[in-house]
Design a protein around this ligand. Structure first.
Ligand code: COA
Length: 326
């Protein structure tokens, strides 16, 4: 008896910001962004739209498409680095928006871009041990409100959106065959938000110096990303007793097309089996994998019996992968 992803949904904000739009407001070019990252455009949340609003819409999308009521969930987990507020959790704000009366536990999972895969590991454990029956696991970010728009090296890389997944028990041979997660906190300084926490509380100086936005040592992150994505994919495949050739569709975290290309090559999964969303949605951190999974399903790229490999890395550093039989 194993846990299974039984339903998906997603939400992308209406506003689309293209590389050509960015050319008009900063010293960059469509050519630079496309050739260095693979990104053409990204979705941007409205001024009054926060992470929990997008999660609520992704959940509504999941519920409508699968004929489920949110009152059926017995736990809500939101993986995010860009919560509505430092506290309470985004998951609690989601309960408020959906006016949920079922009083189920709700909490956030913070593990950088790997957050949703960390959530999958936790959800699978709770479901398989019998402690929960229907976990709503979302991954969502409002990165546009977390980046420094004067820093062209990071601002162009990210987008906003939310993905929702439902994790339940299955009795057939489908479901989550393996998960693998890891972290290396000695690399925390390479990708983080310096101010706004207990280390460096908000002050006039921190606001002036834009220390409440993403700091990233891009080149170093790139190198580790490929290494950790390869390792995670290989470990998850090994735990599932499968090889790269068995993978029907690969859904990697989408931070940079060049990272994806290098990972595919090292793991041995061809690009033709790899589902790419970075061109249209950029990097949505913890939202990337659940949104990409839902888009792949909507495009009929995931079929019953398919072996789906998902793989991510992110700030922390964190990394992880999962192998699922659909
Ligand atoms: C950020 C990243 C795209 C930069 O690409 P790169 O090829 O390493 O580029 P560099 O940082 O070496 O910068 C090269 C030049 O482009 C410039 N540049 C940076 N951003 C630019 C932009 N948006 N437009 C135009 N030029 C830009 C730099 O200033 C630099 O100019 P210089 O040589 O005159 O100093 C790349 O390092 C990357 O993707 N890293 C991983 C990021 C990641 O995965 N983050 C998410 C973690 S989940």
């Amino acid at each position: 008896m194993r846990a299974k992803i039984t339903a998906t949904g997603s939400y992308l904000p209406e506003k689309v910001l293209t590389n050509f739009d960015l050319e008009k407001v900063m010293d960059t070019s469509d050519e630079w962004i496309r050739t260095r990252t693979g990104i053409r455009e990204r979705h941007i949340a409205a001024d009054n739209e926060a992470t929990s609003d997008m999660v609520a819409k992704a959940i509504q999308n999941l519920c409508e498409r699968h004929n489920i009521s949110p009152e059926e969930f017995d736990m809500i987990i939101v993986a995010t680095d860009t919560p509505d507020t430092a506290y309470p959790s985004t998951a609690c704000w989601v309960q408020k928006h959906l006016k949920l009366k079922n009083k189920v536990p709700a909490f956030d999972m913070e593990a950088g871009c790997t957050g949703w895969l960390y959530g999958l590991e936790v959800s699978a454990g709770l479901i398989e041990s019998g402690r929960a029956k229907k976990i709503l696991l979302a991954g969502a970010e409002t990165m546009s409100k977390a980046v420094n728009w004067d820093d062209r090296a990071t601002a162009v890389l990210f987008g906003d959106g939310a993905g929702a997944t439902l994790i339940e028990l299955t009795e057939d041979d489908s479901g989550i065959l393996s998960t693998y997660i890891g972290a290396n906190g000695t690399l925390a300084h390479l990708l983080y938000q310096p101010a706004g926490g207990s280390r460096m509380p908000a002050s006039e100086k921190t606001v002036k110096e834009s220390l409440h936005s993403v700091y990233m040592a891009g080149n170093e992150v790139f190198r580790y990303a490929v290494r950790y994505m390869q390792m995670s994919a290989e470990k998850a495949l090994e735990r599932a007793g499968l090889r790269a050739e068995d993978v029907s569709i690969f859904i990697p975290h989408q931070a940079n097309q060049r990272i994806i290309d290098a990972t595919c090559k090292r793991v041995g999964v061809p690009l033709s089996k790899t589902y790419i969303t970075i061109d249209r949605i950029a990097n949505i951190s913890a939202g990337t994998i659940p949104i990409s999974l839902d888009l792949a399903i909507q495009e009929d790229r995931v079929k019953k019996g398919d072996i789906v490999l998902m793989d991510a890395f992110g700030g922390g550093f964190t990394w992880g992968a999962a192998v699922v039989r659909w």
